[in-house]
Design a protein. Structure first.
Length: 574
């Protein structure tokens, strides 16, 4: 592409590269080795969430170098920068998890500030671990400059005594170890074998769920989000993304042209069809919010309700992301959904074509059983279900993929933190049939809305995964399985009904009818609400305190600013 074909007259970088007054600005660019011709070209931000915290992110910097080659080949000037990532697998099960959801906002904010401060014209964003994916996509929609999203790719499966394993098996092995089913040596062998390469968790946990979303929503190139991190073919996608963003600049195709109500519905459909993470019900409203689109938990749940579950992926199924990619990738999943009327085919994408046009040459693969035809689903209802009732007036969410029993009723055991519940589970201080309630773990009350994987995995490892239920105003990991209900709203810190529960109250969950209720009448709930007092946290300063001051309800995505509907100018148009 000829850079002369792209005028800077309306591009943000004109504010730092054009005219005599910008000589000081250009001097900094010359200092970094740029030529006069490169300075005259569009400046493309190449943002990655690289760090050495976990395998999810470790390959992102290398992949970014290939993106930069693609940008340069198309006569753009790439400018690389990094932002943070908090990796859930390491933050899990302790106070570090309070930083996880907060990091989503910091990622979006830091990408926005870097782009704004340096007046970059477009964005290619690379992300690996859970919150970095929605954080990067939120930044793209907020800035609304031409953008392409790149997922760093999933990890390869590990091998343990002849069978494939993932980090999910390690978390569940902790539960097995606690009841003496496996030895210290067995646990060590499992933990050393589970994660053999770079890449994000291999099953349909939050990272792979949001990667699937990126393709379905149209922000990522087809097939690019399915290729595992170690596969050399990732370089082809990375180079192509760099070239493609230059085409998007020339054609002025922007994220808000792509992220629409229809594309958000497509995204929710692929989450349901793949048995994806319940965290998508938090992140999709947050992405919509950046575009000024109202799309809350109940809108997501409505799509879940009418979309079949067709991809046999862990944690509820038997396959990993690598297997789906080799069977035909995310386009194979989308193709059968589109052909059976579950997707909007007229949505534009970063290819410059519609979703239906992207799917024209995708052929069904009869030689695989990872993805079932949408006409012959694993189950007719989706892998994730929304709930509502007197315990959750603002809604809740449960992942039902792979579950045989969809109803549960029992007496509650209340815990005011995950640590309290995990200790009780570790010591087997609960009974079959109990409903374990973990509260004050919501966005504001946590603060930070922690995931509860350590507790749920321990229950499963003890063989109690389907014999108790767990309810929280916090979140669950995409790796969670069992009868686990999260995102209960209003949260306990806001005086929601979950704060009013007492040990012994009977709660009934019906994932078929979509209800969650406690056997208390309105008068009793009102009486308890009158006696309830707000609970202080021990986070009274710093980033987590600051987050708690501004964060909203999980129903609306736990967002921290007014969003696209309130903006008076868009960065892309400065």
């Amino acid at each position: 592409m000829d850079a002369k074909a792209i005028s800077k007259a309306r591009l943000p970088s004109r504010h730092v590269t054009e005219g005599p007054a910008r000589a000081p600005h250009r001097s900094y660019l010359y200092a970094m080795g740029l030529s006069q011709a490169e300075i005259a070209q569009p400046l493309v931000g190449v943002a990655s969430c690289w760090n050495e915290a976990a395998p999810c992110n470790i390959s992102l910097m290398r992949q970014a170098q290939v993106v930069k080659k693609g940008v340069a080949a198309a006569k753009g000037t790439p400018r690389e920068f990094c932002t943070i990532t908090v990796t859930d697998g390491i933050a899990m099960g302790h106070q570090g998890m309070k930083a996880s959801l907060v990091s989503r906002e910091v990622i979006a904010d830091s990408v926005e500030l870097t782009m704004r401060g340096h007046c970059y014209d477009a964005l290619v964003g690379l992300a690996g671990c859970d919150k970095s994916l929605p954080g990067m996509m939120m930044a793209m929609v907020r800035l609304n400059v031409p953008s392409v999203f790149i997922y760093g790719g999933s990890i390869l499966p590990g091998s343990y005594r002849g069978r494939e394993i993932s980090v999910q098996d390690v978390f569940e092995a902790v539960g097995q170890h606690s009841v003496g089913t496996i030895s210290d040596d067995d646990l060590l062998e499992i933990e050393q074998a589970a994660c053999p390469s770079a890449g994000s968790c291999g099953a349909q946990f939050t990272a792979n769920t949001m990667a699937t979303v990126a393709e379905a929503m149209g922000l990522a190139l087809p097939y690019s989000c399915g290729a595992p991190a170690p596969y050399e073919m990732r370089d082809r996608f990375n180079f192509a993304a760099g070239e493609k963003v230059m085409e998007l600049i020339a054609r002025q195709i922007r994220p808000r042209d792509i992220v629409t109500r229809k594309s958000l519905e497509n995204a929710a459909a692929v989450v349901s069809a793949s048995g994806g993470s319940t965290n998508a019900a938090l992140h999709l409203p947050a992405i919509a919010h950046e575009a000024g689109i109202e799309f809350d938990l109940f809108d997501v749940a409505e799509i879940f309700k009418r979309t079949p579950y067709i991809a046999d992926l862990k944690p509820g199924g038997k396959y990993l992301a690598k297997h789906m990619f080799e069977a035909g990738g995310i386009p194979l999943l989308m193709k059968t959904l589109l052909d059976n009327g579950y997707l909007h085919g007229d949505c534009p994408t970063v290819t410059g074509r519609t979703l239906a046009e992207n799917m024209e040459h995708v052929a069904w693969n009869d030689e695989q059983d990872v993805v079932h035809p949408a006409s012959r689903p694993i189950t007719k209802t989706g892998g994730v279900v929304g709930l509502k009732g007197n315990l959750a007036p603002e809604g809740a969410i449960v992942k039902v993929a792979g579950m045989a029993v969809l109803k549960f009723s029992g007496p509650v055991r209340c815990f005011d933190s995950e640590e309290e519940c995990f200790e009780a589970v570790s010591k087997r201080l609960y009974k079959e049939g109990d409903v374990l309630v973990i509260r004050y773990e919501g966005p504001k009350g946590g603060p930070g809305m922690r995931e509860m994987l350590a507790t749920t995995a321990a229950l499963y490892g003890q063989g109690m995964g389907g014999k108790v239920a767990l309810i929280t105003d916090g979140r669950f990991s995409g790796a969670t399985r069992g009868f686990c209900i999260g995102h209960v709203g209003p949260e306990a810190a806001a005086g929601g009904p979950i704060a009013l529960l007492k040990d012994g109250d009977v709660v009934t969950i019906d994932a078929v009818a979509g209800t969650i209720d406690v056997a208390l009448d309105d008068d009793e709930l009102a009486k308890r609400a009158k006696a309830w007092k707000p609970r202080e946290t021990d986070y009274e300063s710093g980033a987590i305190w600051k987050y708690a001051q501004t964060v909203g309800s999980a129903r609306d995505g736990a967002v921290t600013h007014p969003g696209g509907a309130k903006e008076k100018h868009c960065y892309a148009d400065i």
